[in-house]
Design a protein around this ligand. Structure first.
Ligand code: F6R
Length: 339
């Protein structure tokens, strides 16, 4: 039931603080520096000995997988490959017993992801799932996994499931980082405490978006949008573009911000709004500022997503969406809510 909400998507957007809480409940023990994941615990030796993790998914779940790649490689230093299930299953991938396969799926029923999983299983990979729907086909075929606990997602586009997928992959990255000694016990505890503050921070993001109506009016006749981000935020830019396409029927492209100069810059003019995810915690924040200047020099309209304390962009951009300041690895969880 959608209760007092106008539609399911809005309800599911507003549920996100609770979803994050449910996803962490019983798993995250910040004071002890422990992350419990009952569904993968018995497979941990094989995961830790793996040559690489292969993450396979479609659509939004693939974007979450890309964020996971940045997180797991940066924090845990384990090689990760992310593939579209529809390509993976048909391209005779080279797989072995040393590989750990992770299927990501909200529904747990996507045919390409299921087929890719069955292929990986045949080749002897340990097969894990990051799935929302309990008892779904993908969850039944895997050797173990992590449920999202996001509740049913009815709306198009995916909202709370994407957030829960990214949080789950963040917890997995931190768990592997702790097990591999890439983070000291104190560093791990600090990062877990930072995660535990997320539900309140996301609530704040959702409560403070007063510009949405004005933005929608300003851009209602736009036929194209560009979304830019770097590092952890690059997959979030891809997801932003997908959401706009699905919901507004406006063509949109997501790009790594530095790639703009290799082609898309030719398209920028006053009729091309550009969304730039530019928090100051981004390792390449100064480069993002240059990207914004390049857009402005071509009369482009910039919508910046940045942190609350940042005033650098207030006078330059048409709209500045602010989110609480967090460490770089947590930015996708807040920026994703601003899209
Ligand atoms: C986008 C969206 C789709 C799904 C994709 C995979 O909002 O919903 O792109 O993400 O079809 O679906 P699942 O995650 O159920 O495998």
């Amino acid at each position: 039931q959608k209760g007092s909400y106008k539609h399911f998507m809005l309800k599911e957007i507003m549920e996100q603080p609770e979803v994050l809480q449910n996803c962490m409940r019983g798993r995250l023990l910040p004071d002890e520096g422990v992350i419990k994941m009952a569904g993968i615990e018995q497979h941990l030796p094989r995961i830790l000995a793996a040559r690489r993790l292969i993450v396979v998914a479609c659509g939004t779940s693939w974007h979450a997988g890309l964020v996971g790649e940045y997180l797991i490689e940066t924090l845990a230093r384990v090689p990760v490959e992310v593939e579209y299930a529809s390509e993976f299953r048909y391209r005779r991938p080279i797989l072995g017993k040393d590989d750990v396969f992770i299927a990501i799926s909200q529904s747990g029923e996507t045919a390409d992801t299921l087929a890719a999983l069955q292929l990986a299983k045949q080749k002897g990979c340990l097969c894990l799932g990051v799935v929302n729907t309990v008892g779904s086909s993908i969850s039944r075929e895997t050797d173990g996994g992590i449920y999202l606990h996001a509740g049913p997602e009815i709306g198009v586009a995916s909202t709370k499931a994407f957030t829960a997928q990214v949080l789950t992959l963040t917890m997995l990255a931190l768990k592997l980082a702790g097990e591999r000694g890439e983070l000291s016990p104190d560093e791990l505890k600090a990062k877990l405490h930072a995660c535990s503050r997320l539900p309140n921070l996301v609530r704040r993001v959702l409560e403070t978006q007063s510009q949405v109506v004005q933005m929608a009016r300003t851009y209602r006749y736009a036929s194209n949008f560009l979304y830019l981000g770097r590092g952890f935020s690059f997959p979030v830019a891809l997801e932003g573009a997908l959401k706009l396409k699905e919901i507004s029927y406006i063509h949109a492209e997501g790009y790594p911000a530095a790639e703009m100069k290799h082609g898309p810059i030719a398209l920028i003019d006053a009729f091309m709004p550009v969304v730039v995810i530019a928090p100051r915690s981004d390792t390449n924040y100064m480069k993002l500022l240059s990207n914004i200047e390049e857009v402005l020099a071509r009369n482009g309209s910039v919508i910046a997503i940045t942190d609350e304390g940042n005033c650098d962009l207030d006078d330059k951009c048409d709209f500045v969406i602010k989110m609480p300041e967090v460490e770089e690895f947590l930015v996708p969880l807040l920026a994703g809510d601003c899209l």
